[in-house]
Each structure stands twice: as C-alpha cells, then as structure tokens.
Design a protein around this ligand. Structure first.
Ligand SMILES: [Mg+2]
Length: 236
C-alpha cells in the first residue's frame, strides 16, 4: 500500500550528524591543548564511546540531559587523565561548533522537497528540544513538514510506543498508511514496525550491525543508501 503520510527521522537521515560531530570535535580538539595529549582519533573514539553509554542512560531515564551534556566531556577527559578544569567550557565550545557544521545528508533536501509536495510529511526526532528546534530552523523544515515532533516534549524516546501513538494521532491517517524513514534500526525501524507502520531504513551513514543492536527477527520494508532510491520506492 502506498503511504499517505511519511515521517522522517532527523539526525543521520536528513541532517548529517556524523560529519557535524566529527568536524566539531576536530575544531574543539585544536582549540584546547589539554585534549592534545592523545591523537584526535583516540580522543574522538573515546568521546563517542562514553557519549553512547551516557545516551543509553538518558534513554533509560537514569540521567537528564544536563547531566549528559556535563558528563560527556568531563568523563572522557577524566578517563584519559586530562586536566578536567575546563571541561564545561569545552562542552559549550563543542556545542557551538557542532551547530556551525550542520548540513543536509547528500540528496536528502531535494527528495524531502519532492516527497512533501506529494505526500503529507512530518518529523520525529529523539534529541533535545533546544538543539532540535535550531536544526529545524537551519534546514527550514517547517516549510516541508508538519508536525515536527521532538520526543523530549512527549516524555519518552523512540522506540517507545507512546511516541508512535502520538505521531499516528497527529498524522490523522490509519497507522498502516504511515511510512517512517530513519537510520536507527533499534529506534526507528523497530519502533515503526511495532506501531504497525511501514518502514524504510537509510543505511548510508551507519554501521548496520551496530544499528540492529541485536534485533534479528525484524526487517524493514525497504532499505536504501541513496535518497533517489526512496523516490523510486514511493513512485514519485
Ligand atoms: Mg537518526
């Protein structure tokens, strides 16, 4: 069945979070000598590992976003035996830099324009309200998508069923007519499938095994690496 509503994920689906994060980490690393006791790669790998663990804690409601933002630099620096005196300043510098590197995923902008001109489209994103709203502005997503749903405002993160129930109600169409396009298997594809939606998995930027996170008995309706393939799939 052709979808009558398409929801898109934001990070690493429409907006290239991976490249923004990498560029901002490089700029931060060059700015602060205390980070340079290890190589940029070592620093970035450690940061990503610790940020991932903290995100999982945030998803389980064990810490709030302030604690996450504060801890990810402090903890990474501390574990690498660096002077943590400026960790909060460094965290703020990083966030500022991260915002300057936001760009579209290759091919996503024109495809979103095309899809949203033919099928009602919206956004569902895990992430922090303040940051995600700035991303909406930067990519001018209001021009294409309604609603723009941020899970922090719903109170649970994807793949929690409440998120998909709220989104289904806002879409105003039967759930089986909704397609979710996202990069995270464990959040987007599993969440969408469990909600009775159709799913399209965008895999160009991610490690597929890691993204599956142990889910082997579920598959996406469609998998793609190039946004033009999504247009063909939707016959647009
Ligand atoms: Mg994503």
């Amino acid at each position: 069945m052709k979808p009558s509503f398409v929801y898109f994920d934001l990070d690493n689906t429409l907006l290239n979070h991976i490249s923004a994060e990498r560029n901002a980490q490089e700029q931060t690393y060059k700015q602060y000598p205390e980070l340079q006791e290890v190589s940029l790669d070592e620093w970035h790998d450690k940061y990503k590992a610790i940020n991932h663990i903290l995100w999982e804690k945030y998803q389980r409601d064990e810490i709030d976003r302030h604690a996450l933002h504060k801890a990810r630099f402090h903890q990474t620096m501390s574990e690498m035996n660096m002077d943590t005196g400026r960790s909060e300043e460094i965290g703020r510098f990083y966030m500022h830099s991260y915002r300057n590197f936001w760009t579209w995923v290759d091919g996503a902008q024109s495809v979103l324009e095309r899809v949203s001109s033919k099928v009602q489209s919206g956004i569902i994103t895990n992430g922090f309200k303040e940051t995600q709203e700035l991303k909406f502005e930067k990519l001018n997503l209001k021009a294409y998508c309604n609603p723009l749903l941020i899970t922090e405002e719903i109170g649970k993160l994807k793949p929690h069923p409440i998120v998909f129930d709220v989104a289904t109600e806002k879409a105003g169409v039967p759930r089986e007519e909704i397609l979710y396009v996202g990069d995270s298997f464990s959040s987007d594809i599993v969440g969408g499938k469990n909600a009775g939606w159709q799913t399209a998995w965008f895999t160009a930027l991610i490690d597929k095994e890691e993204s599956r996170n142990g889910y082997t008995d579920i598959s996406a309706d469609f998998e793609f690496e190039d946004f033009d393939e999504l247009l063909s799939y939707l016959e647009l």
